[in-house]
Structure formats: structure tokens, C-alpha cells
Design a protein around this ligand. Structure first.
Ligand code: ZN
Length: 299
């Protein structure tokens, strides 16, 4: 089953309403920046035959205005949303649409992440229908041997699927187009290795904003890669853009070590620390200490 969503958010809203944030300062504090306003889904059989379609508009409860940019992109109008259902009802509808053994698919993981975030915001806890999952963008990117993640539009072009541009960015249409892509590249065996069994607990989200983040020392254990001895860092972990870097020396075997820690988040909201380290020779160590002290990026 393929899911697609459309959101309303306030990105670049000041271009349309210059004084928006002066009049609505609370919006900056919102915990749910992308409010789902439409859910679309298409159910396919194991042989890729279409079984059913699902589409629902969600009546907004977070944002009072529909961003004109979103309106323009999705073609969704305020009137459409007024006739929508509450998020809770929409999610229940979707849950009812999912079959017991459905594999949930979406184009990139963002939609799934937002679905969970919105559900969380509305205190809808039951997402237990989300068991097995395939990221079709990842699958398609691999199958078409693209280096960078391919966009749905480019995938459609490459596979020569006729696209009506104005139809894109509607949740159901995008789900249907995604199905068209999937149908053309579907391979029973190849797809198996792309099935994620436990999407909710996978550390799939990079943390981009470390403003309110405190590193938990206990989760950053460092053992010497050479002898296994526990190391105290001479230069303790410090944030370099999107990861933490530290430098140290093994007291037992005298190895010099570079430690990197990347923090990722699961869709359930847990933080996972990915510790990485490697040995350095004396010259590298001195160079990196210098870069470290001058806050220059370290590879
Ligand atoms: Zn050692």
C-alpha cells in the first residue's frame, strides 16, 4: 500500500503576509511545523494490480491560515479543508484501509515521519498497522542506478510515464503516480531486501538542529580500536556542524584516536548514538588538534 501526504506549513509565509509572525508569534513555538491536510493512498495486490484508493482532506487545527504557497503548489483550497475530517478520523480511516499483511510504502521516509509526528501531536497513539515498510525512493534510486535520491518527477520522466504536471502534489495522484513507478521497476526478489521490519525504531532521522541538544556522555563510550582499553579524551567531544568530534590517546598502547559521534533519531523519537573511531598517526593527530582548536571541519 502506497501512502502520500500533503502538508500545510508556514515556510516563507512572510512573503505573502509580511507581518505574519508579529501577529502570530506563537506559531514559532509550534511542535508540529508540517500539518497534514490531505492523505492519499492506493492499495496494490502482490501482482501490482490496483485494489482500492483512499483520499481524505484533514480539517486543520494547528494553523488557521493556508499558506498561499501551499495552496498554489497543491491546488488545495480553504473550502476543500473546511469539508475535511479531523486528523483523528483521517488516521482511523487510513488504519481501516490498511490490510493485516500490508507493506506500507512511500516516496521517501519524510511522509512517514510526519505522519508519526502529527499522530503524536494529536495524541493518536495507535500506529500499529505500520509494520513492514519500503522507501520507494530509495528502491527506485538503486534500481535506476542514480547517485543522488531521485525525485518522483524525474523517476516518472525516466520511466516514460505520462505525467500531467498539474496533477502532481495531490496526495492521491502522487500515490497513484508512485504506484506507476513501482509497477515498472518492481521485482519480487530485489524488493525483499528493501523491506524494513521495524521502521519506527530505525534511526532514520538526522538531527539538524542541535540548539536544544545535550550530549549524554554515557552513550558515547570510547574504547581503543587497537587494544580495547577505555579512553579519556584529551579533547572532549565538540559539535562540528552535524556531528561531534573528539581526540584522545590510549594510555595502554599509546595509540592516537579520532572519535566521531553522530546522533540520529528514530521515528518513535528516541535518540541513537552512532560512535565511530579510527587510529591516527602522530602527524595526523597534531594536524587534527589544530583543526579542532580552530573549529575547522574534520573528516
Ligand atoms: Zn590502546
Amino acid at each position: 500500500m502506497i501512502i502520500d501526504l500533503e502538508f500545510n506549513n508556514m515556510r516563507e509565509i512572510t512573503e505573502s503576509y509580511p507581518s505574519f509572525y508579529e501577529e502570530n508569534p506563537e506559531v514559532l513555538e509550534y511542535k508540529c511545523p508540517n500539518e497534514i491536510i490531505e492523505i492519499g493512498a492506493i492499495k496494490l495486490s502482490r501482482t501490482m494490480k490496483e485494489l482500492a484508493r483512499f483520499k481524505v482532506y484533514v480539517k486543520p487545527s494547528i494553523y488557521k491560515v493556508l499558506n498561499p504557497k501551499i495552496c498554489e503548489m497543491t491546488g488545495i483550497k480553504e473550502e476543500d479543508l473546511k469539508e475535511g475530517v479531523s486528523f483523528k478520523e483521517a488516521l482511523e480511516g487510513l488504519a481501516g484501509f490498511v490490510e493485516e499483511d500490508s507493506i506500507i510504502c512511500s516516496w521517501a521516509k519524510d511522509d512517514i515521519a510526519e505522519l508519526i509526528r502529527n499522530a503524536d501531536y494529536h495524541n493518536c497513539s495507535s500506529m500499529d498497522w505500520l509494520k513492514e515498510y519500503i522507501d520507494l525512493q530509495e528502491y527506485c534510486t538503486k534500481v535506476l542506478a542514480e547517485k543522488k535520491s531521485i525525485s518522483l518527477k524525474n523517476a516518472l520522466n525516466r520511466l516514460r510515464v505520462k505525467v500531467f504536471e498539474q496533477e502532481l502534489h495531490d496526495a492521491l495522484n502522487d500515490a497513484v503516480y508512485t504506484a506507476e513507478v513501482f509497477r515498472r521497476i518492481y521485482n519480487d526478489r530485489a524488493v525483499k531486501s528493501f523491506i524494513i521490519k521495524d521502521i519506527i525504531n530505525m534511526p532514520s532521522i538526522m538531527i539538524r538542529d542541535y540548539k536544544d541538544f545535550t550530549l549524554e556522555e554515557s552513550k558515547t563510550e570510547l574504547k581503543c580500536p587497537k587494544c580495547g582499553y577505555e579512553i579519556d579524551l584529551e579533547y572532549p567531544l565538540k559539535l562540528f556542524k552535524w556531528r561531534f568530534i573528539g581526540l584522545g590517546n590510549c594510555e595502554r598502547c599509546n595509540s592516537k584516536i579520532l572519535q566521531k559521534v553522530v546522533v540520529k533519531q528514530t521515528l518513535a523519537g528516541d535518540k541513537v548514538y552512532i560512535n565511530n573511531n579510527r587510529l591516527l598517526n602522530d602527524k595526523e593527530y597534531i594536524e587534527l588538534v589544530d583543526r579542532f582548536n580552530h573549529n575547522k571541519l574534520i573528516d
